[in-house]
Write a protein that binds this ligand. Structure first.
Ligand SMILES: NC(=O)c1ccc[n+]([C@@H]2O[C@H](COP(=O)([O-])OP(=O)(O)OC[C@H]3O[C@@H](n4cnc5c(N)ncnc54)[C@H](OP(=O)(O)O)[C@@H]3O)[C@@H](O)[C@H]2O)c1
Length: 322
């Protein structure tokens, strides 16, 4: 394959969501590199998040209103763009299948970024059985079997450090850092390294990927900001807050038990337990990372990330729709 065309007219889905807001910020920061930046959203979001959308419009972002489930609305929107970036939430991951089909048939669209930005769903032999991966795996299967024209990039970032080092009030036993109380619950032994990307860096890495032509039709980029163990995160918090914290641990075995119970009880945060178990087991670690393939953009450090958490309490679990 010759190098893919560089995206110039980009349309983002899920722009006001947990990660979508950082992606749109990074696109705006790099607006000189694009001819057109737009978001596709519903009239409902346009009304409920009017201020946010007005701020984006003031930055030159176009707002395309429509129903993500309407073929007509989506087809019409795609006519003016060459690249689709999806940051749709976990609950609507399968909506991307019709979006991909419409993009495949749209003459102007050459590039599609499915909503990934997380744990590698094809990491190892256990990956196909992990419940949180199922819908994204279906999207990848659909792409393998049906998408021939589009250039696809899966941006695999691992966990967002912002959330991991936040206060997980909803389930502290799955790991939490509480700056006000100066206490933490660490997963595993505390010495198991996890590869993290900050939410701001997800946007920066995505822009770097957009600016780097693809040499293969389907590209998986495994990127991160930094790797750290829970103990290293804790000691950075202790350094920045000037005193020792109270610490307890949830062993891998206990994490697995809590995970099993959460799935049995159909808890809305069962996914959080599974992902934290995967991360604690080392399911984010790679021999090499792909930042260099997209120009090695400057990224945040653990120290900077902890500084932000010390300044403003970050909830460890967020959803654009909860
Ligand atoms: N690595 C990590 O630690 C981590 C953490 C969280 C998420 N993620 C990943 O990041 C991606 C995005 O997740 P997110 O948490 O940012 O998503 P989210 O905030 O839950 O939702 C993102 C957007 O999806 C759209 N959406 C959601 N439900 C919808 C519905 N019923 N109908 C129409 N549109 C709907 C909305 O778009 P509008 O803005 O247009 O209303 C919403 O803002 C996912 O692939 C997720 O797995 C990774």
């Amino acid at each position: 394959m010759s190098d893919s065309p560089i995206p110039k007219k980009v349309l983002l889905f899920g722009a006001t969501g947990v990660i979508g807001k950082d992606i749109v910020k990074a696109l705006v920061d790099a607006k000189a590199d694009f001819e057109k930046i737009a978001i596709f959203t519903s009239p409902g979001t346009a009304e409920s998040k009017k201020e946010k959308l007005d701020a984006l419009k003031a930055e030159g972002v176009q707002v395309v209103l429509g129903d993500v489930n309407s073929e007509e609305d989506v087809k019409k929107a795609f006519a003016d763009y060459d690249t689709v970036i999806s940051a749709l939430g976990r609950n609507v991951i399968l909506t991307q299948i019709p979006l991909l089909d419409i993009a495949e048939a749209a003459p102007s669209i050459h590039t599609f970024y499915p909503s990934e930005y997380g744990t590698d769903i094809e990491y190892g032999p256990e990956s196909p059985n992990e419940p949180p991966h199922q819908l994204k795996l279906k999207v990848r299967k659909h792409i393998r079997e049906n998408i021939k024209k589009l250039n696809i990039t899966y941006l695999v970032t691992g966990p967002y450090s912002d959330l991991y080092i936040g206060k997980l009030a909803i389930a502290p036993q799955a790991g939490t850092f509480d700056v006000k109380e100066k206490n933490a619950v660490l997963c595993g032994t505390g010495d198991d390294p996890v590869s993290f990307t900050t939410m701001g860096d997800v946007g920066k890495l995505l822009v770097a990927a957009l600016k780097t032509p693809q040499t293969e039709p389907v590209r998986t980029l495994k990127v991160n900001s930094f790797t750290a163990t829970p103990h290293e995160i804790l000691s950075e918090f202790e350094k920045q807050t000037g005193s020792k914290w109270d610490v307890s641990y949830t062993s891998l075995e206990d994490l697995k038990k809590a995970e099993k119970k959460a799935w049995e009880e159909k808890s809305p945060i069962a996914t959080v337990f599974t992902l934290r178990r995967i991360w604690t087991e080392g399911g984010t670690l790679y021999e090499t990372r792909d930042n260099g393939k997209i120009g090695d953009p400057p990224l945040e450090t653990l120290e900077e990330q902890v500084k932000k958490a010390v300044e403003t309490e970050i909830p460890g679990f967020q959803s654009g729709r909860l």
